[in-house]
Ligand binder design. Structure first.
Ligand SMILES: [Zn+2]
Length: 159
């Protein structure tokens, strides 16, 4: 059976850190659908207005299930940078650059920066959110059918 190439024959498939993104497996699948269309989105509670990130199916403030999808800024400013030059997790190659980014006052979070060398990124630099393809993994669908789903994830890139 086809799997994640770096894990085949070495580790259990459960080592895969990315979620199954198909609607059969994931209730926040619109987040990934939007990401494939170039939109960075999250959920907002229709009852109390609380916006969460990552997206939720249930409001963490009032427990309402009435959530709507809202767009987030696609660009932000680096607050601080972390560079890991060796001993990076399986599936990554050094340097592993992480940045805490302020998405223009809407949200701040820590994310990976791609196409960036050590020492290249500093606080105050501008970055954008980009969607990258993630290797698909097989999953068991209806009636035992094995399905492969296209997957994406989000990273930062220096502008
Ligand atoms: Zn709420």
């Amino acid at each position: 059976m086809k799997g994640i190439s770096i894990l085949e024959g070495k580790y259990a498939m459960s080592m895969d850190m990315y979620p199954l993104q198909d609607k059969s497996f994931n209730r926040i699948h619109p987040f990934y659908d939007n990401l494939k269309e170039g939109r960075f989105t999250t959920t907002k509670c229709k009852d109390c207005g609380t916006r969460s990130f990552p997206p939720r199916v249930l409001c963490p403030e009032c427990l309402s299930e009435e959530m709507e999808w809202v767009d987030l800024p696609m660009e932000g400013t680096v607050l601080c940078v972390s560079e890991q030059l060796a001993g990076v997790p399986l599936g990554f190659t050094p340097p592993l650059i992480m940045a805490h980014v302020d998405l223009d006052g809407e949200l701040s979070y820590l994310g990976r920066v791609q196409n960036c060398q050590a020492g290249e990124l500093k606080a105050g630099d501008r970055v954008k959110v980009v969607a990258i393809p993630i290797e698909s993994i097989p999953a068991e669908g209806k009636k035992g059918a094995i399905i492969e789903m296209e997957r994406v994830f989000y990273v930062f890139e220096k502008i």
